[in-house]
Design a protein around this ligand. Structure first.
Ligand code: TRP
Length: 331
């Protein structure tokens, strides 16, 4: 079993990223060989100031380590530091079909009506993602629902490449939905919208850099309803804000929604919210301290990433060489 996943260095990590993806990555470290990377080449699909990009990669790497990704256990690196990703992407561009990429919902959503003005990198994004995965013969790729289509495309590319060149170069991967509950954390202002760094209201999210007071205030002001909490989870279906806050506490404590409700049934949010705020502070305060340490010592962070890139490069080399051979670029 070899696990691989990537995250775009967009900066501004929040509770949604942490509970939805990163803590799941952390939990997988003990059971498998794991590779995690900052998808900085993918970030070229949309314009970003170079300084912002540079800072975001470091910020995100620091946040991953502060959250528990251990560079001694997992291979953590920046995608661009391993040129094999870009190289294999180009080889796979010969195999991927325009029609396949045209059907990708992320492409359709992000390009919107302005396809002519979208970057070629945005269109080709899934092929680079396929290269990320296939380079390391990754068997399990922990991703959210929205990325499943890209993993299926990766399978199609792997199978067509192997068939076209009559070579057993790539292992088709599986999307990996296990690894414990991946909470879908919603906005604190609107229980039907995902918690997002692009929401104009900062009160809608808990950032990893928020102070204890910010956290307490955001939870105190989080939208709810006047009803007490029920015992039956089904009764939360029409109460998205209530469901979200219960879900956050469940994800943090490793309990099910049922277990949390068993503790709070009959109580109102006046009782529930302080418990939630305390739990969030207990989770985030140590993480914030570690983040600040990295900010003071970026050279240490750069060393860790360079070491990760070196190890990743070594794992990638044989597959890249086999792909060059298969297409007839080397003998
Ligand atoms: N596209 C992924 C996302 O937006 C990030 C990503 C890039 C990725 N390459 C990957 C995820 C390879 C898994 C495997 O979340």
């Amino acid at each position: 079993m070899r696990v691989l996943s990537g995250i775009q260095p967009t900066g501004g990590l929040h509770l949604g990223n942490l509970l939805g993806a990163i803590l799941r990555w952390v939990r997988m470290q003990d059971g498998a060989e794991c590779l995690y990377f900052l998808a900085d080449l993918h970030s070229l699909s949309e314009y970003m100031e170079p300084e912002v990009r540079r800072a975001s990669v470091r910020e995100m790497a620091a946040a991953l380590i502060a959250s528990g990704i251990d560079p001694a256990k997992s291979i953590l690196f920046a995608q661009s530091a391993v040129p094999a990703h870009a190289e294999l992407c180009w080889l796979l561009n010969g195999t991927a079909r325009m029609g396949w990429l045209n059907r990708m919902t992320q492409w359709k959503d992000k390009a919107g009506k302005n396809r002519e003005g979208a970057s070629v990198a945005l269109f080709d994004y899934p092929v680079l993602q396929a290269a990320d995965i296939l380079l390391y013969q990754a068997t399990h790729v922990p991703v959210g629902e929205d990325q499943k289509q890209h993993i299926e495309l990766t399978r199609d590319i792997a199978l067509k490449f192997n068939a076209d060149f009559d070579a057993d170069v790539f292992v088709p991967p599986e999307p990996f939905i296990g690894g414990g509950a991946a909470a879908r954390v919603m906005s604190l202002r609107d229980g039907r919208a995902k918690m997002s760094k692009s929401d104009p209201s900062d009160m809608s999210r808990v950032n990893l850099t928020d102070s204890d007071d910010d956290i307490a205030q955001k939870i105190r002001k989080a939208k709810t309803d006047p009803e007490p909490l029920p015992e039956d989870p089904a009764l939360l279906e029409e109460r998205p804000e209530a469901r979200n806050l219960v879900g956050i506490l469940a994800a943090m404590s490793g309990e099910s929604i049922e277990q949390v409700l068993a503790r709070f049934a009959g109580q109102g949010f006046g009782q529930f919210k302080p418990v939630l705020a305390d739990a969030l502070v207990a989770l985030l305060a140590p993480l914030r301290t570690r983040l600040e340490e990295f900010r003071r010592d970026p050279a240490e962070l750069d060393r860790m990433l360079a070491d990760g890139a070196e190890r990743a490069q070594q794992l990638a080399a044989p597959t890249l060489a086999a792909a060059y051979r298969a297409v007839g670029l080397t003998s």
